[in-house]
Design a protein around this ligand. Structure first.
Ligand code: 3EB
Length: 316
């Protein structure tokens, strides 16, 4: 195992005792028909290391790491969250450089009170400033070096960032229905979010598709405010466009909605049934989707889905 993530406030003692890089997501799971853990398996034996505050394991191909930082060091120019976000990503990039896994594929970001306004700016926007600075410092603000990601608001806990990086590059994908997030206009904050819509990557005879958090956004605008059913349908339309893009870029067979697994983030628990009904209709009743009570990064977004799929291919 390379690492894992766990949804919920109570971490099972057995899981904590394994000692692997573990991201704890401080948010309740909704419903009870799926397991709250996501585990990333490596191709072989993995080494366990800590550097620059990052706990990570790597197996020769992939590196999975987790960093958690308290928001305790603001200064004149930056809020505590901005400082924490920048430091976390600076540390992450150092680990990638030193360990020799320079290619960042996928990032999971969780922060407390994401829509709260402190120091005059929404906290998600503060996070974006700090993240953007670290990407700029590392000269990683190019379309080909921007990872797939998600960023969600949870109920407490430190800023927590988990990531999957590799020795080999991935292919970031954009969604033809959506403006690239790194090109969002300043209406969404002084610095744009640093993520691609998806990433396609090959490792050890597998092709992985990582789908970033996908919301009810067309172009750069939120559509269907207040309507969880319509927002979920728009997410499905966005996924279909992204899967078509992935299928076009992949050398292998087409990607289908019914092969996705992932997490659905629902802002209001009372919307679970509506969201689940639409996702079951589109992805199938057997789709392994974990439903999580969390805040999406724009106050008018009610739901977000992140997902992945894996295709095997014959090694030549
Ligand atoms: C969006 O499309 C919705 O800031 O890393 C989705 C995925 C979203 C990742 C991030 C934000 C992020 O803008 C929000």
């Amino acid at each position: 195992m390379l690492g894992a993530s766990w949804v919920g406030r109570e971490l099972p003692a057995g899981l904590a005792a394994v000692g692997l890089p573990l991201q704890q997501i401080f948010a309740p799971q909704l419903g009870d028909d799926s397991g709250p853990a996501e585990v990333w398996f490596g191709a072989g034996a993995s080494r366990d290391s800590v550097a620059h505050g990052v706990h990570f394991r790597c197996d020769g191909h992939l590196l999975f790491g987790v960093i958690s930082l308290a928001e305790d060091a603001g200064d004149e120019d930056a809020t505590p969250l901005q400082v924490a976000a920048r430091r976390a990503y600076v540390s992450l990039f150092r680990v990638l450089a030193e360990a020799g896994y320079p290619h960042l594929w996928r990032v999971w970001n969780y922060l407390d009170d994401i829509n709260g306004a402190a120091d005059g700016l929404e906290r998600y926007r503060q996070f974006n400033i700090g993240r953007h600075q670290a990407f700029a410092d590392a000269n990683r603000l190019h379309g080909c070096t921007i990872p797939a990601a998600s960023a969600l608001g949870v109920a407490g806990g430190p800023l927590s960032i988990a990531f999957l990086a590799a020795r080999a590059p991935c292919t970031p994908l954009e969604n033809p229905r959506q403006l690239s997030a790194y090109r969002y206009p300043a209406d969404y904050g002084p610095r744009s979010p640093t993520f691609s819509r998806a990433a396609l990557a090959r490792v050890a005879g597998q092709e992985w598709l990582f789908v970033s958090g996908t919301a009810s956004i067309v172009g750069h605008l939120t559509v269907h405010p207040g309507d969880p059913t319509a927002q979920t349908r728009e997410i499905v339309a966005n996924l279909e466009a992204l899967l078509a893009e992935a299928s076009r870029v992949s050398a292998g067979p087409a990607y289908r909605l019914d092969e996705l697994s992932g997490r659905a983030y629902v802002r209001h628990p009372e919307h679970l049934a509506a969201v689940q009904a639409e996702l079951v209709r589109a992805l199938g009743a057997e789709a392994p989707i974990v439903y999580v009570h969390a805040d999406v990064c724009r106050a008018d977004l009610l739901v977000e889905l992140e997902a992945q799929a894996c295709h095997l291919f014959a090694r030549r």
